[in-house]
Design a protein around this ligand. Structure first.
Ligand code: THU
Length: 167
């Protein structure tokens, strides 16, 4: 038996003011994105903003539904908007923020597994990692370089290809 350890590195900043200009600006866009959250059920607003290579910003916010599973997280709304409209313009970074009037968020909100899986798909599609910036109003800022920081054992579709081709 061999025991293995995986190290995950990420950066923590005390506040948005410590970030470089482009990241700081993207975080403010995520706050703007949160305004369109449709979250009458959870009362938990989430905003996501993607900065593309061209400088264009793509927005997403969580969209809930009375039939609960029909709703979608902010990250996937933004990522699928990119996939449908801007897939030739690579994503450099994604900023995500959340807020609720119900309690205080003292830590950044980390994306759910389904959103990470979609992020992984698009990193692969564009062949470039996406910087992920997570923060809330009263929290530090976490900066991760690519989905691998969250899912080191991610399922890769090229394993399927290998099987199909009998490699
Ligand atoms: N939500 C997001 O939009 N992103 C996340 O990363 C986690 C959760 C949304 C889904 C739902 O509308 C609400 O937050 C509560 O789970």
């Amino acid at each position: 038996m061999t025991e293995h350890q995986i190290e995950i590195n990420f950066k923590e900043y005390i506040s948005l003011n410590e970030l470089d200009k482009a990241s700081h600006a993207l975080c403010l866009e995520a706050v703007k994105a949160m305004e369109s959250s449709h979250s009458p059920y959870s009362k938990f607003r989430v905003g996501a903003a993607l900065r593309l290579q061209s400088g264009k910003i793509v927005y997403g916010s969580n969209q809930e539904n009375v039939a609960y599973p029909s709703g979608l997280c902010a990250e996937r709304v933004a990522l699928f908007t990119w996939g449908a409209n801007h897939a030739d313009d690579p994503i450099e970074a994604m900023a995500v923020t959340a807020a609720t009037d119900e309690f205080e968020l003292l830590k950044p909100v980390t994306s759910c597994g389904a959103c990470l899986q979609v992020l992984a798909e698009f990193e692969k599609k564009q062949n470039k990692p996406i910087e992920i910036i997570l923060f809330c109003n009263n929290s530090p800022v976490w900066v991760m370089n690519g989905v691998n920081s969250f899912l080191p054992f991610l399922f890769f579709e090229n394993r399927l290809n290998a099987e199909v081709k009998g490699l």
